[in-house]
Design a protein around this ligand. Structure first.
Ligand SMILES: C[S@@+](CC[C@H](N)C(=O)[O-])C[C@H]1O[C@@H](n2cnc3c(N)ncnc32)[C@H](O)[C@@H]1O
Length: 191
């Protein structure tokens, strides 16, 4: 296994759970790279629910899924990820948050602490046994630092009887590299 960066680590950690997943969430579709990874790594009957507020992001994701023949496995939702429960019925096996702004898009349009934490609360409540959530946070840009702190604070509140909450970070990179947070559902307690 090559340890390249937080996003690669997130994908490594998700891969096992995706192999048997039925319901998967991409909370930040962006350019669709993660949606494609989730769809390509899950069984043919799995559904990937991909959220974004920006029409350009959903269009880019739709194009990417189409190019790979995976359109049928994906539901594109133009809504805030804090409203995941309004769209996704049942339990979520795996979810991915790749925070910040869309590369190649409007850099002033970023995820923000309040809705990210609300979305994490919503997806955590829907998480299936042995479910996993990965969050890649970018403390190096404007609002990213506040959001990173809010994510860390939220994970620290999760009850130990039901969840593991962990962090992975590079220690020898300059310029505030991305940080990976991981939530795993281990027990039956709810939040
Ligand atoms: C870093 S990009 C995601 C990258 C993407 N996963 C990929 O593979 O290309 C972050 C995305 O989050 C979206 N976003 C920002 N706030 C959001 C919200 N409240 N709900 C859903 N998506 C949001 C942005 O529009 C942006 O496209």
């Amino acid at each position: 296994m090559t340890i390249a960066n937080a996003l690669t680590m997130a994908r490594h950690l998700l891969t096992d759970r995706l192999a048997t997943a039925k319901t998967v969430v991409d909370a930040t579709a962006g350019n669709g790279h993660d949606t494609l990874f989730l769809a390509a790594s899950s069984p043919p009957d799995a559904l990937v629910w991909a959220f974004d507020l920006q029409q350009e992001a959903l269009a880019a994701t739709a194009r990417r899924m189409d190019e790979h023949g995976l359109t049928g496995k994906c539901r594109l939702i133009r809504d805030c990820h804090s409203r995941i429960a309004d769209h996704v019925a049942g339990q979520v096996d795996a979810a991915m948050f790749n925070l910040g702004y869309r590369p190649g898009g409007d850099h002033s349009f970023t995820t923000c602490a309040a809705t990210t934490v609300a979305a994490l609360g919503a997806v955590t409540r829907l998480l299936a046994p042995a479910g996993i959530v990965t969050i890649v946070a970018y403390p190096g840009h404007g609002a990213g630092e506040e959001e990173n702190t809010a994510v860390a604070d939220f994970l620290a509140t999760l009850p130990q009887a039901a969840f593991t909450a962990a962090v992975w970070r590079m220690l020898n990179q300059r310029n505030r590299p991305p940080i990976l947070y991981i939530i795993g559902k281990t027990g039956s307690e709810t939040v």
